[in-house]
Design a protein around this ligand. Structure first.
Ligand code: C2O
Ligand code: CU
Length: 500
């Protein structure tokens, strides 16, 4: 079912002998080899605090596993769908702001895995990037994530290795942190969009193609909301205030959300509240979230429709029907959510960091092998959770690079507590959703589009666009920065920055 992958157990012990004392991640530069191998310094992953005694903790158990499911209607056969529990549909973890989450991941897959909590500003040790923030969780092993989410909002979680296969086949869930509403909505709906690479017989098609990886990505053929075929249909109270938490959980596809039949307002982006903005339409790359608030029509039977306009023909994603509940309401104004407590960057005088998105200098470059001191050679791409083809680069550096530096150095070394502006310059003919781990940034300005100022952890950058984002580097550790079109990420458009 998976691409053939080599055993990683030996690799890890090999890496341990090579790592440099005090380094927060197993990043081995060629220059580090000689000294550190003799020194025999053991590599240490970062650690994070556990919930204090008396803390309000939500315990969840997440068993990563494939299950046979009748996903497509017959005559299609069952599909082998990945997930973290024995139930079809999207898994939603819902908790109150202030609670801790303690999630025990049990790996019942045939290869290693981890969970990345996308958009959560958590301690580095809980970020779920194998080889960087934690040891990979091997088949049969478990790992417990514990953290107190600092922000309210709409988030999600997914593996961070062989992501195109694991996440692509279903290992993903939504994480909702409640506590931001100043006026409760009458319905609060999680609406998780994604496609599936399923063939008509129910089996999976190749998850990744060179042609797709080198262009806009390989698209799925079966579009779903919350794991059910489109459109999603839901009855909600007539005249009610409806909150839609839209997540683009596709690995590839950009969608553009528009609403017909009611006036909808954008109340949060990537989980972060903003002063409500009337929705015209809103483009969402993979991993992006959009919270909308709308008032249903007064009469039972009336409908509100949500469309994806980023397609040759508009695609109906969702249809809300007003039921006969009579809600007596004053005229609609969108309620403002409690503001996010994200550190505010000082833009004046902030250091500017250029980030150039480009094609890799040579296509189909094979990753070099990592030679361990005992002479064993390990496919580098395997160790780093990448495929062996390289199509994309960040600041001219593909990951893995083609030279004999075994691992890249950080794209940026940032000083904890300082403000930074990243100018993302897309020199490719494709759109890229760029994601930063561990930090939430302000989207400031664009050379191409009018920007509604908002907070984000993943932002779309269009061809020839220069987009400026700003943030405070307040979270120490090594953090990934990558495109969230997973095929782009796995073929080079990935790097990391260090905050110390
Ligand atoms: Cu959802 Cu590294 O990403
Ligand atoms: Cu991309």
């Amino acid at each position: 079912m998976y691409k053939a992958r080599l055993k990683r157990r030996d690799l890890l012990s090999g890496l341990a002998g090579l790592a440099v004392a005090g380094l927060a991640a197993p990043f081995i530069l060629r220059s580090d080899f000689a000294g550190s191998a003799e020194a025999g310094n053991a590599f240490v992953y970062p650690t994070a605090p556990q919930p204090p005694a008396g803390a309000d903790v939500l315990d969840v158990s997440l068993t990563a596993k494939f299950r046979s499911q009748q996903f497509l209607p017959p005559p299609a056969g069952p599909s082998e769908i990945g997930g973290y529990r024995d139930m079809p549909g999207i898994q939603v973890i819902r908790m109150q702001h202030g609670q801790w989450l303690r999630a025990k991941l049990v790996n019942n897959l045939t290869e290693h895995t981890s969970i990345h909590w996308h958009g959560i500003r958590l301690p580095n040790a809980m970020d779920g990037v194998p080889y960087m923030t934690q040891a990979p969780v091997q088949p049969g092993e478990d790992f417990t994530y514990a953290f107190q989410p600092p922000d309210t909002g709409t988030f999600f979680f997914h593996p961070h290795c062989n992501t195109v296969e694991q996440y692509g086949r279903g290992l993903v869930g939504a994480l909702i942190i409640d506590g931001d509403e100043t006026r409760p909505s009458d319905a609060d709906l999680v609406c998780a969009y994604r496609d599936w690479r399923l063939k008509p017989d129910g089996s999976f098609d190749a998850m990744m193609t060179d042609k797709g990886a080198a262009t806009a990505g390989t698209f799925g053929k079966v579009a779903t909301m919350n794991g059910h075929l489109l459109p999603m249909r839901q009855e909600v109270p007539a005249n009610g205030d409806i909150r839609l938490r839209i997540l683009n959980l596709d690995l590839t596809r950009i969608i553009e959300i528009g609403v017909e039949g009611a006036e909808a307002w954008v109340i949060a982006t990537d989980g972060n509240p903003l002063d409500p903005v009337k929705l015209d339409s809103w483009k969402m790359g993979p991993a992006m979230r959009l919270d909308l608030l709308l008032r249903m029509p007064k009469d039972g039977g009336q409908k509100v429709q949500v469309f994806n306009y980023f397609a040759a023909q508009p695609v109906l994603l969702m249809e809300l029907t007003a039921n006969n509940t009579q809600l007596d309401r004053p005229a609609f104004t969108p309620a403002i959510l409690r503001p996010a407590q994200i550190p505010v960057p000082k833009i004046d005088g902030a250091e500017q960091l250029p980030l150039r998105l480009s094609a890799a200098s040579a296509h189909s470059a094979k990753a070099p092998d990592l030679k361990l001191p005992d002479g064993e050679a390990i496919r580098l791409a395997d160790a780093l959770c990448l495929t062996t083809n390289t199509f994309w680069a960040l600041n001219g550096q593909a990951w893995p690079g083609r030279d004999h530096k075994v691992l890249p150095s950080p794209l940026f070394k940032l000083v904890k507590g300082r403000s930074y502006v990243i100018e993302i310059n897309n020199t490719t003919p494709r759109i890229h959703p760029i994601h930063l781990h561990g930090h939430t940034f302000q989207v400031l300005s664009s050379s191409a589009n009018k920007v509604v100022p908002h907070l984000s952890d993943t932002t779309l950058v269009f061809p020839n666009e220069r987009l400026k984002v700003a943030f405070v580097a307040d979270n120490p550790g090594d953090w990934m920065i990558h495109c969230h079109i997973i095929e782009h990420q796995e073929t080079g458009m990935m790097g990391y920055f260090r905050v110390a």
